[in-house]
Design a protein around this ligand. Structure first.
Ligand SMILES: [Zn+2]
Length: 300
């Protein structure tokens, strides 16, 4: 059996084919020149054709989408980074061009979480939370192997729970004080600039932090305080045994230093010391693998 997984990124499309064990059989990555609907569909279709669809074995196609989707209707609801602000019937468009009827989709953070729970950092976890720490914060919750969708496919969007421990910052979602505005890569930049620094990306601040720059140290301390607050909230709500952290910031070893202890201090006694906070293990392939796994698990 073969399962096609598509990861639709902001600047590229990754298509891979996995077998029933989750082993990658074939893959291709293509840059995305334009983000209008027909260009995106054409790029996905061309990638699928190039990677090869074996109709005798293909069980269907899953897509990881960088935004809000309606998996029942097979539509994207809101992809601001693509300028897709209204519903796009992506499933029907792909079925028309590829002839594949069995198509499933989820937000990319959720797909990455599915992949990590089946094959990666959450493999042996019963209550698994995943956080993607990048420009923003994505998230998903998987309990006993099942993705928790919520009543409108919005559960586990941890980046937008309000922490607002001090000076709440405006979020892209329209609220203020969201976890994402304080504890994402962009959140670190905001802390740094608010304290008198001048940076546009988290990597530069981490370099300054490693060089013992005092503003960077203070900004990083505030960032870690906020990160541990958000994670402690997850622990209080769900009592997970594993929280995996993916995304660009997850590769900075500094974020794990003292994190478990800081989280423990903000949680109830019975939860303390029970959660393992780990880096995600599947890297950039997690979205596409999780998309393919939509076809062979209960996550749909
Ligand atoms: Zn928000």
């Amino acid at each position: 059996m073969e399962y096609i997984g598509v990861d639709l990124g902001g600047s590229h499309v990754c298509v891979l084919v996995i077998n029933s064990e989750g082993i990658i059989l074939r893959r291709i990555t293509s840059s995305l020149e334009n983000r209008d609907v027909s260009s995106v569909i054409d790029t996905i279709v061309n990638c699928c054709i190039t990677v090869g669809i074996d109709t005798s074995k293909c069980q269907g196609l899953g897509i990881a989408v960088p935004g809000n989707v309606d998996p029942i209707k097979g539509t994207t609801r809101y992809l601001p980074n693509f300028g897709w602000l209204s519903e796009v019937p992506i499933k029907n468009l792909l079925t028309d061009k590829l002839g594949i009827m069995n198509i499933h989709m989820r937000n990319d953070g959720r797909c990455a979480a599915i992949a990590e729970s089946v094959l990666g950092a959450g493999k042996n976890s019963q209550v698994f939370a995943m956080l993607t720490l990048g420009t923003g914060i994505g998230g998903a919750l998987i309990i006993n192997g099942r993705l928790i969708d919520g009543c409108s496919f919005d559960a586990g969007d941890f980046g937008h729970h309000v922490i607002a421990t001090r000076e709440p910052m405006a979020c892209v979602c329209g609220k203020v004080g969201c976890f994402e505005t304080h504890a994402s890569a962009q959140g670190l930049v905001r802390h740094f600039n608010r304290l008198g620094g001048n940076a546009t990306n988290a990597e530069d601040i981490l370099k300054l932090y490693r060089a013992a720059d005092s503003i960077a140290i203070n900004a990083f301390d505030e960032f870690m305080e906020d990160l541990s607050t958000g994670l402690a909230n997850l622990v209080t709500f769900y009592n997970p045994d594993v929280i995996a952290i993916g995304g660009g910031l997850s590769r900075a070893p500094e974020i794990y230093k003292g994190l478990q202890l800081a989280v423990d201090k903000k949680t109830l006694p019975a939860s303390r010391g029970k959660v393992s906070i780990l880096g995600a293990s599947l890297g950039n392939d997690a979205g596409a693998i999780g998309a393919a796994l939509l076809l062979q698990t209960t996550h749909r």
